[in-house]
Write a protein that binds this ligand. Structure first.
Ligand code: OGA
Ligand code: NI
Length: 347
């Protein structure tokens, strides 16, 4: 019998063992309970057509976005103006990257969450007790010229294709931040200004097929620490959102992107808009690729609830903090359903 050689990346470990290793088995009581999920489309999150965002009916679209942020914290958008060929290119190059030989992928491996560019596995292998069924590439992407030279150069088109996608994603994030500001009755540029010098991170998530999906998570329930997330997913289901105490599947809709409110917009909106728990489950048949763009404040940006949203009926929900302070706390806490935001309530 050959002793199992420790593999840094899950993809290579699975290829070797063909089963869920004990390092990735969740304790009973902390498993996905797959039979108890709403998968019908009727229970789905709102789908918003952005076509009329820049016309006489802008107000209606802004109101729909506001309602979705308030009640669901998640929505999908169509006619988002990110060209289909750029979306397809992004998914193609992501798949090519994760299909590269192990030695080629490992060139970018690091378990240090502070690194701007790295390939890793699970969530934070330095702190967590049970692994998650995911490998991921994490890239800082704004300002692009500060980071692109450190990105993987294999596949050869990686930098060009991913760079183009990241610029399109940023343009959409800015349009959404404007619409969100308006929906809160704030000046259109309010949230864009609140991001300071702005930052943008991207994850390229790779979830290999899993022989026993009931034992583990792609990602366990968590809330995103950034301001707003734009998620591109391939055709494979896996994302689930919590709604009224139940998990609801967010099945891929062709040409749509999934948008969710992160903790910083919850804080800036003084709790009007919700950063909602979501998780990823895996399946035994197909690999799954997803590409979240995490749009965030720069590290030095000071986040505080907007004055106009604080009154007698809506007391100040958070003290002010820098994004750096928040982000450090988030990575130290690890992924868990307890909100990191609760640590920033006023004294
Ligand atoms: C994340 C996340 C969802 C997905 O990376 O924070 O929630 O479908 N991803 O991969
Ligand atoms: Ni997330």
């Amino acid at each position: 019998m050959n002793p199992t050689i420790a593999k840094p990346l899950l993809t290579d470990l699975v290829a070797q063992t063909g089963q869920v290793p004990s390092s990735h088995v969740r304790p009973i009581g902390d498993r996905p309970d797959l039979a108890n999920v709403d998968i019908e489309s009727g229970a789905g999150i709102p789908l918003i057509d952005l076509k009329k965002l820049n016309g006489p009916e802008r107000r209606k679209v802004v109101e729909a976005i506001g309602r979705a942020c308030e009640s669901d914290g998640f929505f999908m958008v169509t006619n988002h103006d990110v060209p289909a060929e750029i979306v397809e290119g992004m998914l193609r190059v992501a798949r090519e990257f994760f299909h590269l030989p192990e030695s080629e992928r490992l060139k970018c491996y690091s378990d240090d969450p502070k690194k701007a560019i790295r390939l890793s596995t699970s969530f934070n292998v330095r702190t967590e007790k049970v692994g998650n069924w995911r490998d991921f590439l994490r890239l800082h992407c704004y300002p692009l010229e500060s980071f692109v030279d450190q990105w993987p150069s294999n596949p050869p088109s990686f930098r060009q294709v991913v760079g183009t996608y990241s610029k399109e994603a940023r343009a959409l994030a800015l349009r959404l931040l404007e619409a969100i500001s308006e929906s809160l009755g704030l000046e259109m540029s309010y949230m864009v200004k609140a991001m300071g010098r702005h930052a943008q991170h991207m994850a390229v998530n790779y979830y290999p097929p899993c022989p026993q999906p009931e034992l583990t998570y792609g990602l366990p329930g968590h809330k995103d620490p950034n301001a707003i997330t734009l998620l591109l997913q391939d055709g494979v289901s896996g994302l689930q959102v919590q709604r009224n105490g139940r998990w609801v599947a967010v099945n891929p809709v062709p040409n749509a992107l999934v948008i969710n409110i992160g903790d910083q917009l919850q804080a800036l909106s003084n709790d009007r808009y919700k950063s909602v728990l979501h998780r990823v489950i895996v399946n035994s048949e197909s690999e799954r690729i997803s590409v979240p763009t995490f749009y965030c404040p720069s590290q030095d940006a000071v986040i505080a609830p907007a004055d106009a949203l604080v009154d007698d009926g809506h007391p100040l929900a958070y003290r002010s903090f820098t994004y750096q302070e928040y982000y450090d706390e988030f990575w130290n806490m690890g992924l868990q359903s307890a909100s990191c935001l609760d640590r920033f309530r006023p004294e």
